[in-house]
Write a protein that binds this ligand. Structure first.
Ligand code: LLP
Length: 403
């Protein structure tokens, strides 16, 4: 059984820090990372945690302490990573549609960069030639991922340089002497099927002969974790086996050794997170019973934005008679967290806990309706530590200047 926080621990945290509150379980993060190391043992693979899932500095420091590298999606995330203590060689920046000036900033930081447009590739070639190795993010024409909003590798995607532009990439390489060290793809998030990764490997390995200075194949993130009860995630043991098999075969055939990189976000932090809310109101409307909690899409947007499912537990009344509820928030918009969800009887003041709230939950929160962002707590060696205070009114006024 994977490590979990108990209802008792969660209740104590809510009593001490209030609710709503995000809670992260450090050892569960470590467990997920170690699962990856175990599944990929015997391969030359490096993992870069996709920081965009959750950037709290204490979480980043913890991820550094367990030996994982970091993948960033903005130069600010790279700066946060440096602030957390990562060294440039541990930091990767996979960019999309950025100004060349940001590539220049990333280069100043000395971190690895994956570049995703022909124009920036050319500018990098002209500026750095063979002096600064870079990666090329490709759009591999693979449809994958849990839904279209998180699918990035298909033929109409904004991400990456199209495979059809291979000749132009090679021209940049030839004309500017650009040192292309990495070929990168990220086809989407929540990819259950190992065959999708296998297809990506096949596409990239076919291209290797065009790139004499290539050392790394970066397969991005996207490993799926179960959100629905009874669902299964990506079989990472099978994925590890596939990577071993394909890269050993390739090395045997060509004599070229390539390192493999992955950038998992959800896989590392999603299941370590819990979001605790309190029921403000129980309301009957039409034929629905609404459980209105002291949160909303401002704190957890995934259900409304992606139609995402988060398991919800009534930890105040786990053995109550099951009824069906619309679990909703307090934002001045329809902000359903769950529709027609069977739950043990929900009463006002009960604590409802959202599971798998580690990835893209706090991180995508906002101040909409001028509501405060919730605090964050990290549980490490059984001890809850406040790692971000909840907001106060001053946080809403911060940076506003007088008209
Ligand atoms: N690498 C790149 C280049 C990415 O764009 C992403 C995610 C990752 C790695 C990490 O993917 P993961 O392992 O976490 O699936 N907010 C959405 C997910 C958006 C993912 C964006 N890119 C959600 O809440 O489902």
């Amino acid at each position: 059984m994977p490590l979990q926080l108990t209802n008792e621990q969660l209740k104590q945290i809510a009593a001490r820090f209030g609710s709503p509150v995000y809670v992260y379980h450090a050892e569960r993060i470590k467990e997920q990372y170690e699962n990856l190391l175990h599944a990929f043992a015997g391969t030359d693979t490096r993992f870069f945690y996709a920081a965009k899932a959750l950037t709290n500095i204490s979480v980043l420091k913890y991820i550094l302490s367990i030996g994982c590298n970091i993948d960033c999606s903005s130069v600010n995330e790279a700066r946060l990573a440096i602030h957390a203590g990562f060294t440039p060689s541990q930091i990767l920046y996979t960019s999309n549609n950025i100004a060349f000036s940001e590539i220049a900033e990333a280069k100043e930081l000395g971190i690895s960069i994956n570049i995703d447009s022909l124009s920036n590739l050319r500018k990098s070639g002209e500026a750095y030639g063979g002096t600064y190795p870079v990666g090329v993010r490709l759009r591999p024409n693979i449809m994958a991922g849990g839904n279209l909003k998180i699918s990035t590798g298909h033929s109409n995607s904004k991400f990456g340089v199209a495979l059809e532009d291979l000749e132009s990439i090679l021209q940049v390489q030839k004309e500017t002497g650009l040192h292309i060290r990495t070929l990168h793809i990220h086809t989407g998030s929540e990819i259950k099927d190992v065959e999708v990764f296998a297809k990506g490997i096949e596409v990239l390995l076919d291209l290797v002969p065009h790139f004499p200075s290539l050392e790394v194949i970066d397969l991005g993130g996207g490993m799926k974790v179960p959100y629905h009860p009874g669902e299964t995630g990506t079989d990472i043991t099978d994925l590890g086996r596939k990577v071993k098999e394909e890269f050993e075969k390739y090395e045997h055939k060509t004599g070229r050794h390539l390192q493999v990189w992955f950038e998992p976000g959800k896989y590392i932090v999603a299941e370590a997170g819990y979001f605790i809310t309190t029921v403000n109101v129980i309301k009957q409307s039409g034929d629905k019973t609404f459980a209105g909690v002291n949160s909303g899409l401002n704190h957890l947007i995934r259900p409304m934005f992606y139609g995402a499912y988060h398991e919800i537990e009534n930890i105040s009344n786990p053995n109550g008679t099951v009824h069906t509820y619309q679990v909703v928030g307090n934002i001045c918009e329809t902000d359903n967290f769950a529709e027609d969800r069977p739950l043990p009887e929900v009463r006002e003041n009960d604590l409802l806990v959202f599971r798998n709230a580690g990835a893209y939950c706090f991180e995508m929160s906002s101040h909409y309706n001028s509501r405060f962002k919730p605090p964050e707590v990290l549980v490490k060696e059984g001890q809850p530590i406040l790692i971000r205070k909840g907001d106060q009114l001053g946080d809403l006024l911060h940076n506003q200047t007088q008209a």
